[in-house]
Design a protein around this ligand. Structure first.
Ligand SMILES: CC(C)(COP(=O)(O)OP(=O)(O)OC[C@H]1O[C@@H](n2cnc3c(N)ncnc32)[C@H](O)[C@@H]1OP(=O)(O)O)[C@@H](O)C(=O)NCCC(=O)NCCS
Length: 280
C-alpha cells in the first residue's frame, strides 16, 4: 500500500503530465487504486533529481498497466524501465498520443484493444415518463445488479470483475446520485440498469448500461439509455459521453443510432502475439 506522501506525489505527477499532454495518463480505476487496498495492484515509483520522474501501476486482475513519465524526463529510457517493471502486462495509451505510439512500436507492442469515447449534445428534458424504469434500491437490488453485470459483461476483461467493493467504492464517491442509477425488472428480477454519472463540470456520462442476456434484443437497452439521458438532462447536463469497446459493435450501433459520435480513442498495447503450432 502507498503512504499518503507518495499518493500526493503521484497525483501531482498525473496533473503535470495531463497539463503537458492534454490527456489524463491514469484512468479512474487507477486513481482509486492509489488509495485502495492494493489487491492485485503494484506501484513503481521512479525518482530522479529529487522529484518523482515516473510512475507505473500494474494490475494483475486486469492484466494491464498504466505508466507515465514527467515531460522533463522523457526520452531518457525511464518509460522503458517502468515497462520492464510491469513486464507481462499490456499497457494503456489514453488518447493514443504519438509518443505512446512511438513507444509501443519501439517495444514491439501491438494493439490489443481499442476503447472509444462517444459523445453527443443533450436536449433539454422532454418530461417524458419511462414505463417500468425505477431508481436502484441497494437493499433489494445490489446482489442482482452485480449478477446482471457479470452476465451481461462475461466477455469483458474488466467490467465482468465489477464487485461489491467496486460498487460500494463508487457509491461513496461525491458524484454518486442514487436517482441516476436506473433499473428495470421482471418477475425473475432485474433485467437491466443504466448508471449515469454527472461530472463536477456538469458533463453527463453513460457510466454503465447493461441488459440481462434473457432480455436482450427487446429494445430495453434503448429505453434505459433514453431514461438515463432524460435524467442527466433534467439534472442540467448539456452533453453526455460514454466509453465503449470498438469491438462491441451492437453497443456502438445502439449509441450511433442514439446520436453519439466517436470523439476519442484509448488503445491497449501488448506484446505481439506469435502463432503457436496449435493455431495453424
Ligand atoms: C510514452 C512515455 C511513457 C514514454 O516515456 P519515455 O521515458 O520518454 O520513454 P523512453 O525514453 O524509454 O523511450 C523509449 C523509446 O520509445 C520511443 N519513443 C518514446 N517517446 C517517443 C515519442 N515522443 N515519439 C516517438 N517515439 C518515442 C523511442 O523509440 C524511444 O527510444 P529513443 O528515445 O532512443 O528514440 C511518455 O511519453 C509518457 O509518459 N506519455 C504519457 C503517458 C502514456 O502515453 N503512457 C502510455 C505508454 S504506452
Amino acid at each position: 500500500m502507498l503512504v499518503s506522501d507518495d499518493i500526493n506525489r503521484i497525483r501531482h505527477l498525473v496533473t503535470v503530465v495531463a497539463e503537458a499532454d492534454g490527456e489524463q495518463p491514469l484512468n479512474e480505476d487507477a486513481m482509486l487504486a492509489l488509495s485502495g487496498d492494493g489487491a492485485g495492484v503494484s506501484h513503481y515509483l521512479f525518482e530522479q533529481d529529487g522529484e518523482l520522474a515516473g510512475y507505473a501501476q500494474g494490475n494483475t486482475k486486469h492484466g494491464t498497466a498504466q505508466l507515465l513519465v514527467h515531460p522533463g524526463h522523457r526520452r531518457h529510457g525511464l518509460g522503458s524501465r517502468l515497462l520492464g517493471d510491469v513486464a507481462g502486462l499490456a499497457v494503456w495509451a489514453f488518447g493514443d498520443l504519438p509518443a505512446a505510439q512511438g513507444f509501443a512500436a519501439a517495444h514491439d507492442l501491438t494493439e490489443r484493444r481499442r476503447l472509444l469515447v462517444m459523445e453527443r449534445p443533450l436536449d433539454p428534458p422532454s418530461g417524458g415518463a419511462f414505463d417500468g424504469v425505477r431508481p436502484f434500491d441497494y437493499a433489494t437490488d445490489a446482489d442482482q445488479l452485480l449478477a446482471l453485470n457479470a452476465a451481461a459483461f462475461d466477455w469483458h476483461p474488466e467490467q465482468r470483475h465489477f464487485s461489491r467493493a467496486d460498487l460500494d467504492a463508487r457509491m461513496a464517491e461525491p458524484w454518486f446520485d442514487p436517482a441516476g442509477l436506473l433499473v428495470t425488472a421482471d418477475a425473475d428480477g432485474l433485467t437491466g440498469f443504466h448508471w449515469t454519472k454527472r461530472h463536477p463540470d456538469g458533463r453527463g456520462e453513460v457510466y454503465i448500461l447493461a441488459t440481462h442476456p434473457r432480455a436482450q434484443g427487446t429494445g430495453l437497452g434503448r429505453t434505459l439509455l433514453a431514461a438515463g439521458l432524460e435524467h442527466l438532462a433534467a439534472s442540467g447536463s448539456t452533453s453526455v459521453h460514454l466509453y465503449v469497446e470498438a469491438s462491441n459493435s451492437r453497443a456502438v450501433e445502439l449509441y450511433e443510432r442514439a446520436g453519439f459520435a466517436v470523439v476519442h480513442r484509448d488503445v491497449l498495447y501488448g506484446p505481439t502475439l506469435t502463432r503457436s503450432s496449435d493455431d495453424r
